[in-house]
Ligand binder design. Structure first.
Ligand SMILES: Cc1cc2nc3c(=O)[nH]c(=O)nc-3n(C[C@H](O)[C@H](O)[C@H](O)COP(=O)(O)O)c2cc1C
Length: 317
């Protein structure tokens, strides 16, 4: 697989701000995620060379091929930031045209671009002109059911220079709630001249097959279904769906090690807590462990919880 087809024709981990930093991306890659992309990074911040924004661009060699996702509203910010990120070893640049959060919309970024297609196309053209990397775009079905994207949307993005499109099968008005809408994805993917990655509610191989069977869909992207369950990538590749004995501890310990290396303590424990409450689910006694997970403050606290989870699931190992 070429670098970009790892993303467009494989199993991609969705960008999820606050969760899919380098440590979780590495864990998911180890378990079969072929497509990785950073969480959204501000194009304006990168253009200004803001240290805070540039921090989000750090990654480890084992994450390659890796894309970088930019969000913003101004074509000039995209072209300046595309020039910079193109020198950093990324395999593609993804444009966020789906973030539904008010603060992001108020600056004309994210899903606001779904309501201003001339601007979105201008952003794509400006990015493409500034880089030799493939440029992809992540969209939703539209701003709301009353404002759906045109059926030929993927063709229009292709005409602006996009190499692939990811479709999150919800409207901006859905935020992250409600069931994914496969018919809505297929309406846009059916006649796409570029590869389409389908995203939304993939929590099992059956969910994955349903989206992959849609006309024009070439790859899958998994978001919340991977939180606490990076094994979903193994399951989607036909491997064992559940972690075996010792695997939860092993994955938590690896993630902890990577997070400690990446983030200064104690800030890193906020992120770790967010992951632990997802790992510690679905077995008798998990609720008690989750109560403690929100208070972990040392590496030892984290590993003790991981050991106890293994004991509760498998008995003493
Ligand atoms: C906490 C959180 C953070 C997210 N951050 C981003 C982001 O940075 N960029 C982006 O394109 N989408 C972001 N998303 C949306 C996901 O990439 C994905 O499209 C969405 O969760 C639907 O997929 P799912 O149903 O598999 O979770 C985020 C979603 C969540 C839940």
């Amino acid at each position: 697989m070429s670098d970009i087809t790892c993303y467009t024709h494989g199993l991609a981990l969705a960008p999820m701000a606050g969760y899919t930093g380098s440590p979780f991306r590495v864990v998911c890659r180890t378990l079969g995620a072929t497509g990785l992309v950073t969480e959204m990074v501000t194009a304006a911040g990168i253009s200004r060379r803001s240290v805070k924004s540039i921090r989000y661009l750090r990654y480890l060699p084992e994450e390659k091929p890796l894309g970088v996702q930019l969000f913003g509203a101004k074509p000039a910010d995209f072209s300046r930031s595309a020039e910079l990120v193109s020198t950093l070893g990324f395999s593609f640049i993804d444009i966020n045209a789906g973030c539904p959060v008010k603060k992001v919309l108020s600056s004309g970024s994210g899903a606001a671009l779904l309501r201003d297609l001339p601007r979105l196309f201008e952003v794509v053209r400006a990015t493409v002109a500034a880089t030799s990397l493939p440029v992809t775009v992540k969209i939703r079905l539209g701003f709301s059911p009353d404002e759906p994207l045109p059926e030929g949307m993927c063709g229009l993005l292709c005409a602006a220079g996009a190499s692939a499109v990811t479709i999150h099968g919800r409207y901006r008005s859905d935020m992250f709630g409600g069931a994914v809408n496969p018919e809505g994805i297929e309406r846009l993917s059916r006649n796409s001249p570029v590869p389409v990655v389908a995203n939304g509610d993939v929590k099992s191989p059956a969910d994955g097959e349903r989206l992959l069977s849609l006309e024009g869909v070439t790859g899958l992207m998994v978001g919340r279904g991977a939180l606490g369950n990076p094994w979903i990538f193994r399951a989607l590749s036909g491997g064992p769906p559940k972690p075996g004995p010792g695997e939860i501890r092993q994955v938590i310990a690896r993630q902890l090690e990577l997070m400690l290396a990446e983030c200064p303590q104690p800030g890193m424990f906020n992120a770790m807590r967010g992951h632990l409450v997802h790992y510690l689910k679905g077995f008798p006694g998990a609720a008690c462990l989750r109560d403690r997970a929100v208070r972990v403050a040392t590496p030892r606290d984290v590993l003790e919880l991981a050991d106890e989870a293994e004991e509760l699931i498998w008995g003493a190992l």
